[in-house]
Design a protein around this ligand. Structure first.
Ligand SMILES: Nc1ncnc2c1ncn2[C@@H]1O[C@H](COP(=O)(O)OP(=O)(O)O)[C@@H](O)[C@H]1O
Ligand SMILES: Nc1ccn([C@@H]2O[C@H](COP(=O)(O)O)[C@@H](O)[C@H]2O)c(=O)n1
Ligand SMILES: [Mg+2]
Length: 469
């Protein structure tokens, strides 16, 4: 199944203004097919940040990865080990296991690794083989790995294949002295893998050391960052985590549209999203957590209003240089879901005027009826346009066009959403490049019925309790 272009979606849409609530299995499958047929950037799916971590065996790669994962605690991070992609040994190879070179690039099924990585990058879950170092074979069950914001690819030869390297946004080489690596390997292989000292030393001198010199060390030149002393190097790990955070802060769409602002994601925000997206959440909880999220979006949106510098004298007689709130503003809610955002706006802006726009779905005669009630002096105001869900962008385009017809300047409009579909963002930002959009999460996209997925259902019905009948 092919994906729909933005123009196609717009043309076919009939003022649809809802989010995907009743997504059954077949819809999920259709969506997965659609994702498969579309590149991540095209459908707006946020491509993961891929980090490669290479270095000699027992250099401390896993230790470094664990520290990065721990420090990125509020991000979804997944670790994929190159060792999961070791080929299973045949019976004959098993009989002569001491002659098998596990440190040669040919010991890995790189095609399978590439295939798994490609799926993860497209936002699909994969089964990663579960390799057993004792039997030298992968065992069942495989490890289910879900798509994440960050994928860390770790392994001795992870920089060897140029196709794997090309997938990485950051390459780290863990550089630890050979004697430290050997000492750690002896301890690990004897204690954890149950091998005897002679076997470990023989394997080291026959395969591990030569392979390090011939294949692993030559890949150090591909690294962006070389970490001496591995996990002991806290400064290097702090810098790496800081860099990843900066890169993650930006959704791909924000790079295309500088006026799109996605509020910084925290565990609190994701927890609230989890609750309001859950179809089983009660109306009471839905309202409570939606209100909390809406308040955050409104506060964030207000931060984009123009401010004037203002000085005040504090009770200690000191001068405090601050700013003055913008006074000429109003809210406009798109009926009906947008009305759910009015209270938060009133709570933040004392006495704010709030107008309304109604954009019903197409009637039988194909005519679009629009009711509106706007402040008379709206042309001189900054407008906070309220709608929790930006889907196709159809109603947003009509609402914004109406504001412009009434004299509002495009750059004075801030459109506040809880969730936004990439298709809607494209449509609105292309047509009105000077308006600002503030949202709390960007969705995967729209399904065949123009519903936002994953979405949160018919927002108005869930918020106003009319979804029980
Ligand atoms: N900084 C460190 N200090 C002491 N021991 C360490 C350190 N980093 C790793 N180790 C130990 O060395 C062994 C190999 O580390 P690991 O991170 O698994 O290396 P790799 O993934 O590169 O093979 C493990 O037993 C681990 O506990
Ligand atoms: N069946 C196997 C497979 C691999 N090895 C050794 O593991 C090392 C790589 O793992 P790290 O965690 O150290 O990166 C590598 O040096 C292989 O020799 C093994 O001993 N048995
Ligand atoms: Mg490891």
């Amino acid at each position: 199944m092919g994906s729909k272009s933005v123009d196609e979606l717009l043309e076919n849409s009939v003022g649809v203004h809802f989010s995907g609530f009743h997504v059954d299995d077949s819809e999920v499958r259709k969506f997965e097919d659609k994702l498969q047929a579309t590149s991540a950037t095209e459908n707006g799916y946020k491509e993961p940040f891929v980090i490669g971590v290479a270095g000699g065996a027992a250099a401390g790669k896993t230790a470094v990865c664990d520290m990065i994962i721990q420090q990125l605690h509020d991000q979804r991070v997944v670790l994929v080990n190159q060792e999961s992609f070791y080929y299973d040994l045949t019976e004959e190879e098993l009989d002569h296991v001491h002659e098998y070179n596990f440190d040669h690039p040919d010991a890995f099924d790189t095609e399978k690794l590439l295939c798994c990585m490609e799926k993860l990058r497209r936002g699909l879950a994969v089964d990663v083989p579960n390799y057993d170092f004792k039997s030298h074979k992968s065992k069942l069950p495989a490890r289910k790995v879900n798509p994440s914001d960050v994928i860390i690819l770790e392994g001795i030869l992870i920089f060897h294949d140029p196709r794997v390297r090309a997938m990485m946004n950051m390459k780290i080489f863990v550089d630890t002295d050979a004697d430290v690596r050997l000492a750690r390997r002896i301890r690990r292989d004897t204690e954890e893998k149950g091998r005897d000292l002679k076997t470990v030393l023989d394997q080291y001198s026959t395969f591990v050391k030569p392979a390090f010199d011939d294949f692993i060390l030559p890949t150090k030149k591909y690294a962006d960052i070389i970490i001496p002393r591995g996990g002991d190097n806290h400064v290097a790990i702090d810098l790496i985590v800081e860099h990843i955070r900066t890169k993650l802060g930006q959704h791909n769409l924000c790079k295309i549209y500088p006026n799109l602002y996605v509020i910084h994601s925290t565990f609190q925000i994701r927890g609230m999203h989890t609750l309001i997206r859950d179809a089983k959440t009660t109306t009471h909880d839905f309202i409570f957590y939606s209100d909390r999220l809406i308040r955050l979006v409104v506060e964030h949106g207000l931060g984009h209003l123009p401010f004037k510098e203002k000085q005040v004298i504090t009770p200690t007689g000191s001068v405090y240089t601050g700013v003055e709130f913008c006074k000429r503003l109003c809210g406009i809610s798109i009926i009906r879901s947008g009305e759910s955002m009015e209270n938060a706006l009133r709570a933040c802006c004392k006495g704010i005027k709030i107008g309304k726009i109604l954009i019903p779905r197409k009637g039988d005669n194909g005519q679009q009826l629009i009711y509106h009630n706007l402040p008379k002096d709206i042309a001189n105001r900054n407008v906070l346009l309220l709608d929790p869900i930006l889907g196709t962008g159809n109603s947003a385009v009509q609402a914004i066009s109406l504001l412009l017809e009434n004299g509002v300047q495009e750059c004075n409009i801030i459109f506040l959403n809880l969730i936004s579909a990439p298709q809607g963002v494209h449509v609105v930002c292309k047509r009105f490049p000077r308006i600002k959009i503030v949202t709390s999460e960007i969705e995967f996209g729209l399904n065949e019925d123009f519903r936002v997925v994953p979405g949160m259902g018919e927002f108005g019905d869930r918020y106003f309790g009319t979804d029980d009948d």
